[in-house]
Design a protein around this ligand. Structure first.
Ligand code: ASP
Ligand code: MG
Length: 420
């Protein structure tokens, strides 16, 4: 049994959806679960719609229409028979969304967000499933929410592994054994029966959750790139594909900003030793990257991972007390309640510096919580560089003309927070 994940770019228009069909044609005799993301940039659009709805803003209508037209155009481009009713249920889904937008929004924005934004994956999976069936690739559409059970952390749902594994292995597995199943990434459901999303770009993670529950033989993430590269090809034209990496290396790369794999994807796979392939949907027979080889089989290339739009927050106590246990626990608590992920940290006797993504709302919340007792300094517009297998010349070149704010070194990895 295999799990395939197709991201937004792989279904961004009718031609792309047809290409997914081409890729899947070769697997009609295989037990496959297909996990699909929202089409193109739909999730960004839906974020705007959720905000407009919550704020009762009059752009709701235009945003809704734009979204509907985008999907209608894709459907029109996919139609095989002009009198086809295959896509009627998608029309109904849009009406459902339209009705939802007429209700009074819940007071909790994050909850509203999840109920609206999750439509992107429902639309895309419905369209893909219908298209595949029309083109002879028989499959069944399934709602991922029936299998992925989460807590109530809207927008960043935490998976209840016991329930989820049980649902997937008992209820979904027998269906996948019979025929190809098309389902959604990114979404689950809590015990109150509301949709909970798993965090932006979370479809890779969904694929891993399903693979875990199905005890899949492998997972393939189909991308518009050849595989995992040793640096971002947009910034480094000499970047090359890495053929094989271990799970820990992939976790590190994903965590520090290599956007090909969502950071949460690896651990569920590692725990069951399920290999992950990252392959090109443009050239499906090419090898791609295999994630999950043992350390000794790993291909050692210099890797440069760059995470942009970083902020350095430096915190020191106003009463000149040292940044030790008491203060650290208060500071960490403030990060946790503001839901800020720490990318890198460094402490000294009197100050504590943290590099995080520039999420202004969360950072304002953090500041408000700490300001009374601490002085807080913020540097913006920074980059976090994570480098392995480097040479001193390569390093000098990379850091040329960059202002270094923090340097950290472990046995294998060198990290810098740099500015211009
Ligand atoms: N559609 C969601 C997003 O764009 C999930 C995903 O693409 O993985 O964040
Ligand atoms: Mg997406």
């Amino acid at each position: 049994m295999k799990v395939f994940k197709f991201g937004g770019a792989s279904v961004k228009n009718a031609e792309a959806v047809r290409n997914v069909g081409e890729v899947l044609k070769g697997f009609s005799d295989t037990e496959v679960l297909v996990v699909v993301s929202a089409m193109g940039k739909t999730t960004n659009q839906l974020e705007l719609l959720a905000k407009a709805y919550y704020e009762k803003n009059n752009s709701i209508n235009d945003l809704y229409k734009e979204l509907k037209k985008f999907h209608d155009d894709i459907i029109a481009g996919l139609l095989i028979k002009s009198d086809s009713h295959t896509y009627d249920d998608i029309e109904n889904l849009f009406i459902e969304l339209e009705c939802e937008l007429e209700n009074t929004p819940d007071a909790n924005f994050d909850k509203v967000y999840d109920q609206i934004v999750s439509y992107g994956e429902i639309f895309s999976s419905r369209i893909l499933s219908a298209y595949l069936n029309e083109s002879g690739i028989k499959n069944r559409w399934m709602d991922a929410q029936n299998f992925i059970s989460t807590d109530n952390t809207y927008r960043e749902g935490k998976v209840d592994w016991e329930i989820t594994e049980n649902l997937i292995s008992k209820k979904l597995k027998p269906i996948v054994k019979k025929q190809m199943v098309v389902t959604q990434g990114f979404i689950g459901r809590n015990k109150d029966n509301f949709t909970v999303t798993l965090g932006r770009e979370g479809s890779d993670y969904s694929a891993a959750i399903f693979a875990y529950g199905l005890d899949a033989e492998n997972v393939t993430i189909w991308k518009d790139v050849a595989g995992v590269m040793n640096a971002d090809p947009k910034k480094f034209p000499d970047a090359i594909k890495i053929d094989a990496i271990s799970y820990p290396k992939a976790i590190e790369m994903a965590y520090y900003g290599a956007t090909v794999i969502h950071p949460k994807t690896i651990q569920p796979l590692q725990s069951k030793n399920i290999p992950l392939f990252v392959k090109s949907f443009v050239d499906p027979s090419a090898n791609g990257t295999i994630v999950g080889v043992s350390k000794d089989k790993e291909v050692h290339l210099p890797t440069i991972i760059s995470k942009g739009n970083q902020v350095l927050i430096s915190i020191s106590s106003k009463d000149f007390s040292f940044i030790v246990e008491d203060n650290l626990s208060k500071i960490f608590n403030a990060f946790a309640t503001s839901k800020i992920k720490i990318n890198l940290m460094q402490n000294s006797a009197i100050s504590f510096s943290v590099c995080v993504d520039n999420e202004s709302e969360k950072i304002s919340h953090l500041k408000a919580g700490l300001e009374k007792e601490y002085s807080i300094k913020i540097n913006e517009d920074l980059e976090l560089l994570t480098i392995t297998n480097y040479t001193s010349e390569g390093l000098a070149q990379l850091l040329q003309n960059k202002k270094q704010l923090i340097e950290q070194k472990t046995r294998n990895t060198l990290q810098f927070v740099v500015g211009k």
